[in-house]
Design a binder for this molecule. Structure first.
Ligand SMILES: [Zn+2]
Length: 181
């Protein structure tokens, strides 16, 4: 039944009303009601648990404004009035969910990767359905690189998303042969 498929979104919004703030009686009308496949339900649930744990003790306001699939991976937007520390915890929870979406089939949630096609999708081999995988430079699987500037100098941090432990692991940029000036 197609109705059953749609219910996971309602359940998620209802379970985390404090984060979605749905209009009374209309959970699907919540701004952040997820616009993605049910395979990502679990990673969204994990993200909401982490965000709630950051928001509750902080006491500031939080609201999802958009949760969607873009270029094959999750995008999460929010607004609110959190302390810098709580906001950083929220951003980390979102980074973990977005990284997990990049290696989890949007259809079934099993381990997957990015595929080309009419549009980019993250799929397991079963749901790839003849699409071609997007090539990843060897050693750069699930690597996330952040470039920033401190005191006028360019710096980078490298992390690898560990799907089994649902956590980031620091990676030495030198081991990836990345230029750091
Ligand atoms: Zn799948």
């Amino acid at each position: 039944m197609s109705g059953v498929v749609g219910n996971w979104r309602v359940e998620l919004v209802e379970r985390y009303r404090d984060l979605f703030h749905p209009p009374a009686g209309a959970p699907m009308s919540a701004q952040g009601s997820p616009e993605c496949g049910s395979g990502w339900r679990d990673l969204l649930d994990r993200m909401c648990v982490r965000i709630r744990a950051a928001v509750r003790p902080d006491g500031g306001a939080f609201r999802f404004t958009q949760i969607k699939s873009k270029y094959g991976t999750l995008r999460v937007y929010w607004d609110g009035t959190l302390s810098p520390d709580a906001a950083a915890l929220v951003e980390e929870a979102i980074a973990l969910a977005e990284a997990r979406s990049a290696c989890s089939c949007e259809i079934c949630g099993e381990e997957g990767r990015l595929y080309e096609g009419a549009w980019l999708t993250t799929r397991c081999t079963t749901h790839a359905e003849g699409r071609s995988p997007v090539a990843v430079r060897p050693g750069f699987e699930n690597i996330y690189i952040v470039r920033y500037v401190v005191g006028g100098k360019s710096r980078i941090t490298c992390r690898r998303y560990d799907r089994e432990n649902d956590a980031f692991v620091d990676v030495d940029p030198a081991s990836l042969d990345i230029e750091e000036e």
